[in-house]
Design a protein around this ligand. Structure first.
Ligand SMILES: NC(=O)c1ccc[n+]([C@@H]2O[C@H](COP(=O)([O-])OP(=O)(O)OC[C@H]3O[C@@H](n4cnc5c(N)ncnc54)[C@H](OP(=O)(O)O)[C@@H]3O)[C@@H](O)[C@H]2O)c1
Length: 258
């Protein structure tokens, strides 16, 4: 029973793991003994992140441009030159676009859907080989897609394409869970509420808005690193092997208590 939540020795790929939620998840996985690959678009961020994350465990930082599916295919190929088997794929990289309805531009749709929906799909498709190699009935390979509260409930955040893209990845995850269940690959969604990252900086910089937000959270605070790490470690470990096609809300009760 002591090993129920163990992720040590698992090979994990986290897209966008140099900043924000991805960084929290990467650090949490490394501290628990997983072998972790993270990606960033920023070539000049690789060395620092490599040094910092390697201090915590076996980590490789890869430069990868995941703005379109070609970048996802290139990343999958890079992973396959390094690893025959992949236990866990965490599609975390995400893009948002905020503007009032009247000013919301057409160009805010395709790039958001590319990063939030099509890139995760392409990565899953192109990494099926190593995922299958890691998978067994007793210990499935895991795909964890990072969704959003805004993809399930109506949050008035002026991020129209983002909300629609997150609803799309939630549904796509269920479709792929059904498709891959008999291959012993699970697909689940972790659904964050509000966490203090670059993506939510505009809220935290406006004290009145932050106070109003926290008042709407039943557990009365933003998310912490432990909260997102706990969900991802659970889904990656033996404890999480019987879930597929599910959504795990890490939102202080914002969806469930409505
Ligand atoms: N923070 C929250 O409260 C919250 C709530 C719900 C859902 N989420 C979801 O959590 C995930 C992580 O977001 P975050 O809060 O950590 O935001 P963040 O700090 O802005 O980080 C976004 C991450 O996505 C990567 N990324 C951004 N644009 C990209 C692009 N065009 N191509 C490839 N990678 C890109 C970034 O990597 P590089 O810049 O290093 O390339 C970065 O690691 C996203 O899927 C987001 O939708 C966050």
């Amino acid at each position: 029973m002591n090993s129920l939540f163990d992720v040590s020795g698992r090979t994990v790929l986290i897209t966008g793991g140099v900043n924000g939620l991805g960084r929290m998840i990467a650090e949490g996985m490394l501290c628990a003994g997983a072998k972790v690959y993270v990606t960033t678009r920023k070539a000049d961020a690789v060395d620092t992140a490599q040094r910092e994350l390697s201090a915590l465990g076996d980590c490789t930082v890869l430069a990868a441009n995941l703005t379109d599916p070609k970048g996802a295919t290139a990343l999958a190929q890079e992973i396959m030159t390094r690893e025959p088997a992949l236990n866990v794929l965490i599609n975390n990289a995400g893009k948002t676009w905020g503007a009032k309805l009247e000013a919301f531009p057409d160009k805010a749709w395709a790039p958001v859907f590319d990063v939030n929906v099509q890139v995760p799909f392409t990565l899953i498709r192109d990494l099926l080989g190593p995922l299958r190699k890691a998978a067994s009935a007793e210990d499935p390979a895991r795909v964890i897609n990072i969704g959003s509260l805004a993809g399930t409930v109506v949050e008035r955040i002026d991020a129209f394409s983002y909300a629609a893209s997150k609803a799309a990845i939630h549904h796509l995850s269920r479709v792929l869970a059904a498709e891959l269940a008999d291959q012993h690959i699970t697909v689940n969604v972790v659904v964050p509420g509000y966490f203090p990252t670059h993506m939510t900086a505009h809220i935290r910089e406006a004290p009145a808005e932050l106070e109003q937000l926290v008042r709407r959270v039943p557990l009365a605070r933003l998310g912490h690193a432990d909260d997102i790490v706990g969900a991802c470690r659970f889904l990656s470990s033996r404890a999480g092997r019987y879930l597929t096609g599910s959504e795990l809300y890490v939102d202080g009760g914002m969806a469930g208590c409505r």
